[in-house]
Write a protein of this length. Sequence first.
Length: 262
Amino acid sequence: MKLTPEIIAKLAEHLEDAELKAYDVVKITDAHPEMDWDDAYAIQAEILRRKLARGDRLVGLKCGLTSRAKMKQMGVDIACFGFLVDAFSVMDGADIKLDELIHPKVEPEIVFVLKKPLKGPGCHVGSVLAATDFVMAGIEVIDSRYRDFKFDLKSVVADNCSSSRFILGNQAVPVNDVDLRTLGVVMEINGQAVSIGAGAAVLGHPAAAIAMLANHLGAYGEEIPAGTMILSGGVTEAVAVRSRDFVNLRIQALGSVGARFI
Ligand code: OOG
Ligand code: MG
């Protein structure tokens, strides 16, 4: 760690304020170039601590930057991990208020729910599938607090990997009933297809993203508890939305999910 606990707390407040009041800031590594990975995850953990102290509940985890399309779009080459609280959750078909957000983008995700805990190191696609209860379709709304979505990976980790809102579909499909690599994914805005992909775009198999998360947490001596809901990462590039846009995601065998931006 290169930053003091005081600076970590200050940066967490700075980024969470930007999130809650919906304004953008410059990436924090500009002022703190010495910041390391542990600092970045410590800032994220401090944002979670602030939310829990205010009464938010932790409801899931997310993997980000797990597909080549996303890595290329954001100009980075490793994955990031973040948390989801109940305040981020939006019901299928509900409205999402744009004035609470900065510059949101939507991305199609395959969502896992575990029935057994997962503890790295050494987790792989097989261990994830054995620990998974069911999978679902999900739309993630990302909203980087950084101006123009311009960041480096440490800054985005500190910013909870741009987490903002998520919408889960209403079908829970046993993971053994589907081959997640070949599932077709179509995301539409106002009825027009804006991104098309297949599950394998996420690290060859979306379960590989969950294994990476388990191995990442294992390095800190932590596990993913049974029952955890996890977004495995955008299958395609994220797409910017505007007022009145209706976003609909269909994933083969997992059904569809949607939301309107107002
Ligand atoms: C970082 C968050 C990425 C995903 O699914 O790849 C993410 C960003 O692109 O702002 O959630
Ligand atoms: Mg995502």
